[in-house]
Design a protein around this ligand. Sequence first.
Ligand SMILES: Nc1ncnc2c1ncn2[C@@H]1O[C@H](COP(=O)(O)OP(=O)(O)O)[C@@H](O)[C@H]1O
Ligand code: SF4
Ligand SMILES: [Mg+2]
Length: 330
Amino acid sequence: MPVPLLHVEDLKVHFPTRRGLARAADGVSFDLEEGKTHALVGESGCGKSVTALAIAGLIPRERASISATSLRFRETDLLSLDPRDYRGLRGREIAMIFQEPMTALNPVMKVGNQILEAIEIHEDSTPTEERKKRVVQLMASTGLAEPDVLYEKYPHQLSGGMRQRIMIAMALALKPAILIADEPTTALDVTVQAQILELMNALQKEMGTAILLITHDLGVVAQTAHTMSVLYAGQVVESGSVRDVFSEPCHPYTQALFQSLPARARNGELVPIPGSVPPATEYDSLHSPCRFYDRCQFKDDRCFQQSTAPGHVAWCRRSAFANNKLNQVH
Ligand SMILES: Nc1ncnc2c1ncn2[C@@H]1O[C@H](COP(=O)(O)OP(=O)(O)O)[C@@H](O)[C@H]1O
Ligand code: SF4
Ligand SMILES: [Mg+2]
């Protein structure tokens, strides 16, 4: 078995809060392979962003307890990196883009100079003129027309789609091995969304960047990802190849997500999942060992009789993990 580019095993990110411990990520495991896209899916509040931020080293250690059986980027143990080493890794090896580029862009700095700065933090030997040329090329490669004109613009002078392209140019400036994209198209209208997803696919092919794609949208997963993990209440409940999970979703939560999708709905009828994801401070006080119990259409007394097998962080009495995919046993 080749070593995965990113190996995440039983990642836990717990925040102390006034309401108790928020177990935002509470046993997340997945692998991201070189040059491939792995999607993390699940409703809002399931722990997708916290998982991504922890991997990128963007959660201050004093704000949370972060632990894992293993959290490795290539040969590097990410948990033992100090903040300075993490800064060196970020951008160069692991870059991140967000749903709202405005929050990550500096409003009073020309966008071209912001990309230039992203390059300069890590390389100071190339002459500035050459680096400026690279910035313009990068902007062009993200499909921005007239990049030399746009170089001089400020973020608020650009559309949401253009700003996301600027963020992508900035993230890919140093050809990182991993791009973490947290809901990169959620704030965009459908046409621009499709263009940005196409751009990410094209850049992945060209540069070989692996992508950790975070989304609540299964349509986006179908268009871009190779493998996927479904998160519920801080835990992975199902994972596998996109093809397998889409053709035969096994966990009741995954099934419910699919039933709530317009394209999958029978008779054109959407079936929304009743209830909502519990707050991360309340996972411990749920009355069933299964965190999805309250919302599950298959729940019954047997759900209380199962115990979790070692290393098996999330489960359903109707299923068992096998071959990296949940298979029905009942
Ligand atoms: N800094 C924090 N302190 C306390 N709780 C947090 C913090 N960040 C996130 N959470 C909680 O962790 C859970 C997962 O959040 P998040 O990762 O943002 O979900 P998602 O990205 O899947 O919508 C939520 O219940 C959220 O309220
Ligand atoms: S263990 Fe029970 S409640 Fe939980 S997902 Fe499976 S059937 Fe539903
Ligand atoms: Mg999020």
